[in-house]
Design a protein around this ligand. Structure first.
Ligand SMILES: [Zn+2]
Length: 168
């Protein structure tokens, strides 16, 4: 579906300011909601020592004021203002969030992009910014099992921790 040629040494990458970049692996996790992207990302994050990036989670953290010290404060404020005004975060900003996450020490060896890109437009912007793709993992699960899992999803109102009460 998407081209997965190695773009690791494109000229646009040479000018990127990240400290890590060339050493970083970029793994993409695709799949339906409930398929287990988050669960598998978190397991692999530990095993492979990669950082886990879920842009949705990141936006929630920004709104609550929980971001890493390396995160650009101006971008953080811009995102907070957008969310508080009930507006959407643009695809450009979503990719800027990823670029901020790449600066974290946890990203030194690479990152797992959980559920990104969501759209062709996001992929195009990602490409245009010269960001690489090393591996795409497409998770699949039987439809009926996905439905069971989604029905059992619960999120704590206080701390945002997610649970699942389904028994599969
Ligand atoms: Zn809680």
């Amino acid at each position: 579906m998407f081209g997965i040629a190695s773009r690791r040494f494109s000229t646009s990458m040479m000018t990127h300011s990240s400290r890590y970049y060339f050493a970083q692996k970029f793994v993409f996790f695709f799949g339906a909601p409930g398929v287990g992207k988050g669960t598998y990302s978190k397991l692999l994050k530990t095993d492979l020592k990669l950082n886990h990036i879920s842009t949705g989670d990141e936006i929630r953290k920004i709104v609550k004021g929980h971001t890493s010290s390396t995160f650009d404060p101006a971008l953080k404020e811009e995102i907070k203002d957008l969310i508080n005004a009930g507006k959407f975060v643009s695809d450009e900003i979503v990719i800027d969030i990823i670029k901020e996450k790449l600066k974290e020490p946890e990203s030194a060896r690479g990152v797992i992009l959980d559920g990104f890109p969501r759209t062709k437009s996001q992929l195009d912007i990602y490409d245009k910014k010269g960001l690489p793709i090393d591996l795409v993992v497409n998770l699949e699960l039987h439809r009926s099992i996905i439905f069971e899992k989604l029905k059992g999803r619960r999120i704590c109102h206080n701390c945002g921790t997610s649970y699942n009460v389904s028994n599969i």
